[in-house]
Ligand binder design. Structure first.
Ligand code: TYD
Length: 241
């Protein structure tokens, strides 16, 4: 493809910077090592995280594309930077859970580790000031954040992503506990998967030992954070990690 040039910084988020490019339909994302948790109250650095999340996201996006999920992935530029399709993001965190953990356990007063008969599906409104509250379909439609038909498509794609990723990680002896997705709309109106899929945005447990291989090690001050990210990188890329 033609060379895509970085133009201006559009946005700096907690874990990524986003740049406009010479092509109005494309953006460049740049992954940082910065980590936050607990509504941004806890801040730190996970050395090497940016490169790991960039490469893992890109790999998983390509796995998903091949399985028929439309994604924003275009081209990896280097360790930390990737060209993606420009989308208008729905301001929703789309969360799927296969096993109880995190806020599911704390909100509903149950222990972590309950294996569900079928995945749960929920949305949080992306709004830091409101602490990303849970929100349902009728609220989203009432607030005109998406139409019901958009939500039906997002749900269909998300459950398919869960099936594909559960199987993908099971082969690496990793249990996919839960994860968060974000979706956006391209200029032609197509809904596609965007943002990242990484140990920042998913919970991964070693299938044999139950060891946590994700950002919970940072959130909960468990130590071994970098080791966990590196371990996930090795499971996915083997000797090419
Ligand atoms: P959840 O248990 O709701 O929240 P927390 O991670 O704060 O305990 O998270 C479910 C999954 O979704 C988990 O793998 C982390 C991911 N997630 C994000 O990546 N960003 C978010 O803002 C939220 C709420 C969850």
């Amino acid at each position: 493809m033609a060379e895509v040039e970085k133009a201006e910084e559009l946005y700096e988020g907690k874990a990524k910077k986003v740049f406009t490019t010479s092509d109005p339909e494309l953006l460049i994302v740049s992954y940082k090592d910065d980590a936050t948790a607990g509504d941004g109250e806890k801040k730190g650095t996970i050395v090497g995280k940016g490169a790991i999340n960039n490469r893992m996201t890109n790999y998983l996006m390509q796995v998903l594309e091949q399985a028929g999920i439309p994604t924003d992935y275009v081209e990896e530029l280097n360790d930390r930077e990737t060209v993606v399709k420009k989308v208008t993001i729905f301001p929703l965190e789309v969360i799927v859970r296969n096993i109880s953990a995190g806020h599911f356990a704390s909100n509903f007063g149950v222990e972590e580790g309950i294996v569900f008969d079928q995945p749960t599906f929920e949305y949080s409104l992306k709004n830091d000031d409101l602490h990303d509250p849970l929100i349902n379909d009728s609220h989203i439609v009432a607030l005109k954040l998406a139409k019901q038909e958009d939500l039906d498509r997002i749900r269909e794609l998300t459950l398919k992503v869960n099936d594909i990723l559960k199987e993908f990680f099971a082969k690496l002896n990793v249990t996919l506990v839960d994860f968060k997705l974000e979706f956006g709309r391209t200029s032609d109106g197509t809904i596609i998967l965007a943002d990242e899929i990484s140990p920042d945005t998913a919970r991964f447990w070693d299938a044999t030992t139950g060891e946590k291989l994700d950002k919970d090690r940072f959130r909960r001050d468990m130590g071994g954070v970098e080791d966990a990210y590196n371990e996930m990188m090795h499971r996915v890329f083997g000797d090419n990690a």
